[in-house]
Design a protein around this ligand. Sequence first.
Ligand SMILES: Cc1ncc(COP(=O)(O)O)c(C=O)c1O
Length: 502
Amino acid sequence: MKTHGGALLSSIHIDRGSNRNISVQLYMGLKDLLLTQGIKPGERLPASRTLAAEIGVSRTTVVDAIDRLISEGLLEARVGSGTYVSDTLSKRPPKPARSPAGSAVAEPRLSHAAYHADRFFTPRDWLPHRAQPFITALPALDRFPMAHWSRISSRHWRGGREEVMGYGHPFGHQGLREAIATHLNAVRGIRSDPDQILIVGGAQQAFFLIASLLLNPGEHVWFENPGAVGARNAFVAAGADLVPVAVDAEGLSVEDGMQRAPHFRLAFVTPSHQQPLGHVMSLSRRLALLQAAEEADALIVEDDYDGEFYFGDKPPPPLKSIDTQERVIYVGTFSKTLFPSLRLGFVLVPRGLVDVFARVSAYWLSGVPTANQAIVADFMNEGLFATHIRAMRQVYRARHGALVTAFSALAGRIDIAPTASGFHAIGVLGPGLDEHEIAAQAAKRGVILAPLSRYCLEPIGQRAVALGFGAVGEDRIRQGVEALAELPALQEAEPVLRAMAG
Ligand SMILES: Cc1ncc(COP(=O)(O)O)c(C=O)c1O
């Protein structure tokens, strides 16, 4: 039997500056050599003492690595004769390793839905997380009552171990379901039973669950155009045929939907604060949509993501509050009312669907972390949630006021469209201004603008950007506008005076 000379073995590189233990590095190096047949099956390894000297490590280190490879079956110890490369490797030799650059990697085989969905999923390696001027989707993290949260959180972790650490109920923490039902009744005018409330990992998980439960590939989904990107992605991923339905000052145009796809299966709407344009859906549109759904035997998904933050005296009424036929699946999130990293949302499921949602959530999803749910339940029951929302209404009203005032310096180039709730507004661009160009120029100065086209399934002939005003204080809003005023694209533009409706 041939003995390996050790030239190859000495090619194993040990990095003494690495955090990785030397024995692990040696094990990985030897394993690579074995799998790529740098040492052939049946060959004998040099004695551990020789190896240790050649590689420059202690003998114990070599013995550790070899023992591990013996236990994995890649090496064999033969009594009185030494250590050999397993013959099994010659029977089914592993294929050469794929190049890290991916050149040798075959196209992954995707489902049809994922293959077709890919064009919607533009590269993005972050979600909004840094409080920068005009970032959308991020609430006022600077105003979150962290001391109360920490107090309730540490109290929770002192509870009974099984309750705190075991699997939670798959439909969600009962206390939270009850607190949500009470809140919906008191604040959003929605009558519900806690048994209809299903806790999920954020609204986005709700959209995926709804899409996978209720849609077959190719079925028509009315979708606001422009509309919410996350929900759109969930329906696209399910293989649904998304029908872009026009939006005007009264919300989704039911007439346009009927012309495009009268036999729709589902409609997705944001009636309290159209995402992203900010309109509140009129009562006549709400009634027309409910009737259209009734006629098509369709369901409606209502995403009430920020309806709690209205600037006037009265909240915008949810569609669900007038749904007498149980056609509306109402989705709520704590990402805006509390904070997004909670990953906590809920679905108010129509009675006829409760059993199937419950079964599926138990078998497909297995729940979300109990701690977050229990802490939020206490937060609600102690009145802190309602207090926080009331305080945030004032904060967003003030930040919105600062936004409108600061942007008046850019009148005719970026005009703020009126909005009465939430924490983002639309900035309509003057003629000749390109959304992508000014967004790119602004990003270089640390100011985030989201082009309206990002929200569109088909072009709508309006150039605008979405402007978040919730995440940063009034000073930073003013500084953001000052930075925008310096953009070459805006300096070159001729201001055009327009009357903004509203
Ligand atoms: C329209 C809309 N709905 C819901 C959400 C919340 O999603 P999640 O609860 O998954 O954070 C967002 C987040 O930005 C949103 O823009």
